[in-house]
Design a binder for this molecule. Structure first.
Ligand code: ZN
Length: 248
């Protein structure tokens, strides 16, 4: 047993647990941005969000951007395939036989408006189906616990499970860069939401760190999946729950 600076006596088991936790965090902190992007590509491909070389991810360190390459199967993206760029999009380093993702202009726009650390562009089926089944400018969700997993962009604070989360939806275009105008409008229309959905295409979702962006993206994907299943079950997601009465 030993005493920590706060004067709390810790058991050997507690110390070992803390050492393991520190070790895990340390390993993650040691990953470079290209290594994180390679890891995220494999992870999100395995979730079904990046089939057929679709989707993209970007990270920012100060004025330096990191972007996944275009046209590479996401489960095979290596750290050495990741492009390092200036904020204006000029390439600092990257493989000579590849090009940066065509999403770069939209990543730059989101960095300019909201300044996140990581942006994920997903082609998830749940998102695509939600934008088809809810054809308006907004996907409005409330009374779902995972709303708490989508932080307020202004403060980073958590939402309540029963508040309304409005995610803006823009229309798809032939090229990603052609959506810059509508994306800019959507970003200013709902500045507290760290995501924009693209009808019949996917989503851009972001966070201050890569793990925040990942958990936010997973939460939004889950919420889109629920929205789809509620519509398929004939339930109106915009109505507050009624007739639900369990133990309290
Ligand atoms: Zn796309």
């Amino acid at each position: 047993m030993e005493e920590d600076p706060a004067g709390t006596v810790k058991t050997k088991a507690e110390n070992e647990r803390n050492e393991r936790r520190t070790s895990t965090n340390h390993d993650e902190e040691q990953m470079t941005s290209p290594q994180v992007l390679s890891y995220l590509c494999r992870h999100l491909y395995n979730l079904g969000w990046m089939p057929g070389s679709g989707g993209a991810i970007s990270m920012r360190e100060g004025d330096t951007l990191y972007v996944t390459p275009s046209g590479v199967q996401k489960e095979r993206v290596k750290a050495s395939d990741v492009f390092e760029l200036c904020a204006d999009g000029s390439v600092l380093s990257g493989p000579s036989n590849l090009r940066p993702s065509q999403c770069l202009p939209l990543f730059q726009l989101i960095y300019e408006v909201h300044g996140p650390g990581t942006i994920i562009h997903s082609h998830s089926i749940a998102v695509v189906m939600a934008t088809i089944l809810y054809p308006g400018r907004w996907l409005r969700l409330s009374h779902l616990h995972m709303i708490k997993g989508v932080p307020r962009q202004s403060t980073g604070g958590r939402r309540r499970w029963d508040e309304e989360l409005c995610i803006p939806v823009i229309e798809n275009e032939a090229e990603d860069k052609d959506m810059a105008g509508s994306l800019r409008v959507a970003l200013s229309a709902q500045p507290d939401c760290p995501a924009v959905l693209i009808r019949r295409h996917g989503a851009y979702i972001w966070g201050q760190s890569w793990d925040k962006a990942k958990t936010t993206a997973e939460s939004i994907d889950y919420l889109c999946d629920v929205a789809v299943r509620m519509k398929q079950s004939g339930l109106n997601i915009e109505l507050p729950p009624s007739g639900e009465k369990g133990f309290e």
